[in-house]
Write a protein of this length. Structure first.
Length: 231
């Protein structure tokens, strides 16, 4: 899907129309009332719209995973394509190219203004760190595990996951310093490779390449949380 998709969210039909007028009316009305008052997972919501920064790098692979998870995806190449999005993925690629193209198109400022949840993977994590867009309180070291020859896979133990996650590292960065609000979610050989700070999730590796959708699902849960906070 490309930028041809409208950026505004469709307006929801009036709440009343969800209450069926059948013999089971009373119970249906009770269910509808309960749904209306209940917390997070049961609230009726507009479908999620997730943008993937598509100036360079692995955006197609992220889009494929997000589609499998049933969300609408938008390729973001211009600042106005961020409008109305619930979340944004900044994929892996080449961080120097990302920064150059983002500045050229005004996407650096637009991403700074964006209020939804953001998932930065590999080069996308570098772009978010304190030496670049300064949106996440981490300092990242580029090519920290070595260059192309040092690309590898590893099983990571991740906070909150029962089973390890297979992770693909490609000329990967690691997180050298973390601020006080940053939650470290995974380490490899004592190096931080997955972390969260508020609405930001950052990974050294490429979760879009393995077919394991758990990290994208975790990100979508953050997107929903963030949308409720902003509602
Ligand atoms: N080495 C790249 C950089 O420094 C990141 C590699 C990647 O995204 N796979 O930008």
């Amino acid at each position: 899907m490309t930028g041809t998709v409208g950026t505004r969210r469709e307006t929801r039909p009036p709440e009343k129309s969800a209450v069926p007028q059948t013999a089971d009316d009373a119970s249906a009305r009770r269910t509808a009332a309960a749904l209306k008052e209940s917390a997070l997972p049961f609230q009726p919501m507009d479908p999620l719209r997730i943008g993937v920064l598509a100036v360079q790098g692995n955006f197609r692979e992220h889009i494929a995973v997000l589609r499998r998870l049933g969300v609408e995806t938008i390729e973001v190449r211009k600042p106005d394509e961020l409008e109305g999005l619930d979340g944004l993925v900044i994929p892996g690629g080449e961080s120097t190219t990302f920064m150059r193209l983002m500045r050229l198109y005004g996407l650096d400022k637009a991403v700074r203004r964006f209020r939804g949840a953001v998932f930065g993977t590999c080069a996308g994590m570098i772009v978010l760190d304190s030496n670049h867009l300064a949106l996440v309180d981490v300092t990242v070291r580029r090519n920290a595990f070595g260059r192309q020859v040092a690309s590898f896979e590893a099983d990571l133990t991740i906070a909150g996951e029962a089973e390890p996650i297979r992770a693909v590292f490609i000329r990967a960065p690691w997180i050298e310093e973390v601020g006080p609000e940053v939650e470290v979610l995974a380490e490899l050989d004592g190096r931080v490779v997955l972390a969260r700070e508020g609405r930001f999730l950052v990974a050294s590796f490429h979760p879009e390449l393995t077919g394991d959708t758990r990290l994208h699902e975790r990100f979508l849960a953050m997107v929903k949380e963030e949308r409720l906070v902003r509602a």
